[in-house]
Design a protein around this ligand. Structure first.
Ligand SMILES: [Zn+2]
Length: 436
């Protein structure tokens, strides 16, 4: 327990050597009061309290809090747990940190029993004056953080070993998605105090104590249509909860959404790692949801704006995955021309598990017949395609697009610069080359 802290994530608290009594906290803490202290209005319905779930974009009150049992759950996004897990998830803390917080042993943080009730808390009990961060600054900082984590992946074996075990270590895939690892060293690369710390706290990269929220996680940035990093997804290497963590502030962007720019047919998975497995196997048109019920407005916009005509659902091979696929199929039927479903072989949990022991050929065989035929056409025909743009032209070769950006005339020779499109979406230059 609390390994994140013990491993050096937080040196100052080690001196205190606090060992929170989890059972005691769960028994004595009023979960309703804690939830309300985050500005979530709860209404009593039968034995439960219900309110808007803070873990997904909730429009109807989905969150159910059962005070008698000290538990919360949200059937819509699957979030569930006890009071410690609620605080951990809400604030991006480890469970130990959350427990310490609820014990009131963190200076400046009130004991859970002393938290104001909903009526008193006019606004969510917030941190002392975090700066407001504009969108451009936010995107710039997130890109830098993601870049730092991507470098860390190759410096600290832990993240890479984990990915390797899940067969997610294809170098091109890792580069394309700027996959990284957070081992707590970002803090060392930052100034001790000052503007940037406050900004990273406001964005949610650092918690209120200045520690990294994504500590001990593989981190994958999520981009918007313009190629800005708008969120981060973090997967814990061990199975400590929450296993899946997103940057606070609601789900934004679609993982590998840039695929919609070059493919009218998309494969939809539940999680980013499933889409990454598909990508590494050559299915570059895989995007992911935010969990089984995680279809967002950004997904819908992506489909509409890029004129996507076909969706292949490749959700998890379990009861809940199938239910979610049913619901999504209904939703999508008005949005695209055709919706298909991958029928996984028995015993295969999801796309990531599928590719642990199977090939791209095996997956192709699972695709519905019309999709398979269209894919074969795509692969054999039209290897090169040139599109004129105001600046020059783009050239598509074997599924990648290149854009001619500028022609300069330095002395006598013509120099041409170009860049690869459709890789990360970050506008990253992958094939920047000058030729005389
Ligand atoms: Zn929820």
């Amino acid at each position: 327990m609390g390994s994140a802290v013990d491993r050096g994530g937080d040196r100052e608290s080690r001196g205190r050597a606090m060992n929170p009594n989890f059972d005691q906290i769960k028994k004595t803490t009023d979960i309703v009061r804690v939830v309300e202290s985050y500005g979530i209005a709860l209404k009593k319905v039968g034995a439960d309290h219900v309110g808007l779930c803070p873990f997904h974009e909730d429009t109807k009150p989905s969150l159910r809090v059962t005070a008698g049992k000290g538990l919360f759950r949200c059937p819509a996004c699957g979030a569930a747990g006890n009071v410690i897990q609620f605080v951990a998830k809400k604030e991006g803390l480890t469970e130990r940190e959350a427990a310490l917080k609820l014990c009131g042993s963190i200076p400046g943080v009130m004991r859970a029993s002393e938290l104001p009730t909903a009526g008193e808390a006019a606004q969510p009990r917030s941190l002392p004056s975090l700066p407001s961060v504009d969108e451009a600054t936010r995107a710039k900082l997130l890109a830098r953080v993601a870049g730092f984590y991507a470098k860390t992946l190759f410096k600290d074996r832990a993240g890479l070993d984990y990915l390797k075990a899940r067969r997610l270590d294809d170098p091109a895939m890792l580069e394309t998605f700027s996959v990284g690892y957070c081992n707590g060293t970002l803090r060392n690369a930052l100034p001790k105090a000052g503007e940037i710390i406050g900004q990273l706290q406001a964005i949610g990269v650092l918690n209120e104590r200045g520690n990294e929220v994504f500590y001990g996680r593989v981190v994958v940035p999520i981009f918007d249509a313009a190629g800005n990093v708008v969120s981060l997804y973090g997967r814990r290497l061990d199975d400590e909860q929450p296993r899946h963590l997103y940057l606070k502030g609601g789900h934004r962007g679609v993982f590998n959404g840039i695929a919609a720019k070059t493919s009218q047919s998309l494969i939809v998975t539940e999680a980013a790692f499933d889409a990454m497995s598909l990508w590494a196997a050559g299915f570059h048109n895989a995007i992911s949801l935010y969990g089984k019920d995680g279809w967002t407005a950004d997904h819908e916009t992506l489909i509409r704006e890029n004129g996507v005509t076909e969706i292949v659902l490749a959700l998890d091979n379990d009861e809940r995955g199938r239910e979610a696929a049913d619901a999504l199929e209904n939703k999508l039927s008005g949005l695209v021309e055709s919706v298909h479903r991958v029928m996984w072989p028995e015993g295969v949990k999801d796309a990531n598990a599928f590719f642990l022991s199977r090939t791209a050929e095996d997956f192709r065989a699972l695709l519905p017949q019309p999709v398979r035929a269209a894919r074969a056409d795509e692969e054999t025909a039209g290897k090169e395609e040139i599109t004129l743009t105001p600046e020059g032209f783009t050239l598509a070769v074997a599924g990648r697009r290149y854009e001619l950006c500028a022609i300069e005339k330095p002395r006598r020779a013509h120099a041409v610069s170009g860049r690869g499109l459709c890789r990360t979406g970050a506008g990253k230059r992958l094939h920047s080359r000058r030729s005389g």
